[in-house]
Design a protein around this ligand. Structure first.
Ligand SMILES: [Zn+2]
Length: 218
């Protein structure tokens, strides 16, 4: 997150990223995700409910309405299109794009987004493997299991990782990249590292990181 005061779109996007199109998200999760006070969160939730963007169930949390989902999708669309642009045309690496994409998404009209999309030849995915929603369409992220859900011996391809700076810096330090294929060779007990291997490298991925890396089984 940047240092600006989060606006309603940032709330909607975070709620979506936490899974709020399908499940209820607690105020507490939003407080830690946006790094702001519980009072500000309650205040904004009240506004979002009034505007029909989320539904609130006392003691359980909020869930996006279709209008909320569409609005969050539009922001994610702009964010991910800029990420593709920065990586493909300005030589950013996948751990560097977040902050600038975060700023650009807020100053991008739908016309600019549409032109950018055409210029980039209608990319389907961002550099982190996230789906780029089409104009005026709610996002449909592909449901996948994480690296922690498969046993030793499984062949996998890295399909998507959370767009989170610390995680991405860690993956760069390990030299793990999207679309690479590996075999799971060791899963340590008690949430220890998951070791993956291919012809060129062997990587021990921390359990925390492995639980945010989504894979395709080969
Ligand atoms: Zn991304």
């Amino acid at each position: 997150m940047n240092n600006m005061t989060p606006n309603r779109e940032d709330y909607l996007k975070l709620i979506l990223e936490l899974g709020g199109d399908q499940i209820k998200i607690s105020n507490k999760q939003i407080v830690s995700g946006l790094n702001i006070s519980a009072a500000s969160v309650s205040e904004m939730i009240t506004k979002l409910v009034k505007e029909g963007l989320v539904e609130h169930t006392p003691y359980q949390g909020v869930q996006l309405t279709l209008a909320g989902l569409t609005s969050a999708s539009a922001l994610i669309r702009r964010h991910r299109l800029w990420e593709v642009f920065l990586v493909e045309h300005l030589n950013y690496t996948w751990n560097e794009v977040h902050d600038d994409a975060e700023v650009l998404e807020h100053v991008t009209s739908e016309k600019l987004a549409a032109q950018l999309e055409a210029y980039l030849h209608h990319p389907a995915y961002c550099p982190h493997g996230g789906v780029i929603p089409k104009e005026n369409e709610p996002i449909q992220e592909i449901k996948r299991s994480t690296l922690t859900s498969y046993p030793i011996g499984t062949n996998i391809r890295i399909a998507r990782v959370l767009d989170e700076k610390e995680l991405l810096d860690y993956l760069v330090s390990l030299d793990l990249k999207i679309h690479e294929e590996y075999t799971i060779v060791e899963v340590a007990d008690y949430e220890g590292p998951v070791t993956i291997q291919n012809d060129t490298k062997t990587l021990a991925v921390s359990y925390k990181a492995a639980s945010t890396i989504f894979v395709d089984q080969l």
